[in-house]
Design a binder for this molecule. Structure first.
Ligand SMILES: Cc1cc2nc3c(=O)[nH]c(=O)nc-3n(C[C@H](O)[C@H](O)[C@H](O)COP(=O)(O)OP(=O)(O)OC[C@H]3O[C@@H](n4cnc5c(N)ncnc54)[C@H](O)[C@@H]3O)c2cc1C
Length: 399
């Protein structure tokens, strides 16, 4: 059977593009299929029409100098000279309809007496509440750190695997500690797809995969089909479960066991002069409201506008009520909003013991030509995605 490509990647987020970038570098002809009309997935720098090109991140907002695989890709693409250091700003708490400092929620004595417990006992196999509740104190966890972790992963974080929340990675100290790009983080996926040898098709939703001899037949939602000898699934776990080919039933069941947290993100911009009462801030950690967090664009100030992304629990509030909450948090009337958009985001709902599941998934994949990558293996950060893609590239196409 003749193949259309050596390698097809389904999913044009950073996991899929990272995989494709590496395989193309190894001379493997690679096609990326992306279901929506834009690449990047959760890397989504939203431009507001009519606001002079002003953008705000609707998803990921920060990369760090510990993101080694990302830095390698940026170097390949000649982008290292364009990194912009993010301004240092603090998060505040949003509690009882008021902004408060982080320190107002700290119970210092409890923290001092609990802290030694953070460094004994390890994190493997344990949930966030178990590790940090003991290591930071129960009241500190309830009033500050629990909501802060919830804000990071946009879901109840109590059972999230503690060792996957912040994986320690070596820092490259010669590079800005945290950085973005002049046009936001979307510049990264856009630069990856500009590589000549990498083919990308957007608006191409894969609906089914069938094994054909040693390779794969990918059926598209529009009725067309493509063949490849190697295949990478780089989509969220619910989409991946639907695409695992027949005959790999154990793999499909394992993948289907990974949960998803759905997030309704409201991204908006306001004229800076309307917000003189609101000091620049990194964002808000919500203690008791319907949103997990708000992330601002104040780290890269603009002369005219300020931008904000509010990450709401899905289905809890209607759009009008979300806007009302946002206006209360920003202290403005709805008429002051210059641009607004709704974005559906999702993150995997990993649970303590997740690494056992990953080990079983990897055993099912061993020796085959199917790779699976994403933010549901090593952790949810961009670097975790790229590390998984790197490992899968090494397995499918060893040097
Ligand atoms: C609100 C938010 C804030 C975040 N902040 C940060 C941060 O500051 N720093 C950081 O490091 N990480 C952050 N993250 C995490 C990080 O951005 C994501 O984990 C990462 O971008 C996920 O990339 P991915 O490629 O695995 O998945 P996704 O970005 O979800 O990409 C998957 C792609 O697959 C496509 N797809 C799905 N099904 C199909 C199909 N059947 N056919 C074709 N295409 C399909 C989707 O359209 C999508 O484009 C954040 C995430 C969120 C949601």
């Amino acid at each position: 059977m003749s193949q259309d490509f050596d390698h097809i990647v389904i999913g044009g987020g950073i996991s899929g593009l990272g995989m494709a970038h590496r395989t193309v570098k190894r001379g493997v002809s690679t096609l990326v299929l992306e279901g929506t009309d834009r690449v990047g997935g959760c890397m989504n720098s939203r431009i507001f029409p009519g606001c002079g090109g002003f953008w705000t991140e609707a998803g990921s907002h920060t990369c760090f100098n510990s993101y080694g695989h990302l830095l390698d890709i940026l170097a390949d693409l000649g982008l290292m000279g364009q990194l912009i250091s993010k301004g240092k700003l603090r998060y505040q708490l949003w509690h009882n309809g008021e902004r408060k400092s982080i320190f107002s929620a700290v119970h210092p004595l409890e923290l001092v007496f609990s802290l030694p417990r953070l460094f004994i006992g390890g994190k493997a196999g344990k949930g966030v509440a178990e590790v940090y509740g003991a290591g930071l104190g129960r009241r500190n966890y309830r009033d500050l750190f629990g909501p802060a972790f919830r804000a990071v992963v946009c879901q109840d974080a109590d059972d999230f695997p503690a060792d996957l929340l912040f994986r320690r990675k070596p820092r490259r100290k010669e590079i800005e500690r945290s950085f973005t790009f002049p046009g936001g983080l979307s510049e990264i996926p856009q630069a990856i797809v500009c590589r000549d040898a990498l083919q990308v098709r957007t608006g191409q939703q894969a609906s089914r995969v069938v094994r054909e001899g040693d390779g794969f037949l990918v059926r598209m939602a529009d009725g067309s089909a493509l063949r490849s000898s190697h295949l990478t699934l780089a989509v969220p776990p619910n989409a991946a479960a639907a695409l695992v080919p027949e005959g790999l039933d154990e793999l499909r069941a394992l993948v289907a066991g990974v949960g998803i947290s759905q997030i309704e993100t409201v991204v908006l911009c306001v004229l800076a002069q309307e917000l003189e009462h609101l000091p620049p801030m990194a964002g808000l950690i919500s203690i008791d409201d319907a949103f997990y967090s708000m992330v601002s664009r104040d780290y890269l100030p603009d002369e005219r506008y300020r931008g904000f992304a509010f990450h709401f629990r899905r289905g809890e509030l209607e759009a009008g009520a979300q806007v009302e909450r946002i206006c209360r948090a920003l202290g403005i009337a709805e008429t002051r909003i210059a641009g607004i958009a709704w974005v559906a985001n999702s993150l995997p709902a990993l649970r303590a013991g997740h690494q056992d599941l990953v080990r079983r998934i990897d055993r099912s994949l061993a020796g085959g030509r199917l790779a699976v990558t994403g933010n549901w293996f090593l952790g949810v950060s961009i670097e975790d995605c790229l590390t998984r893609s790197h490992q899968e590239c090494e397995r499918l196409f060893p040097d």
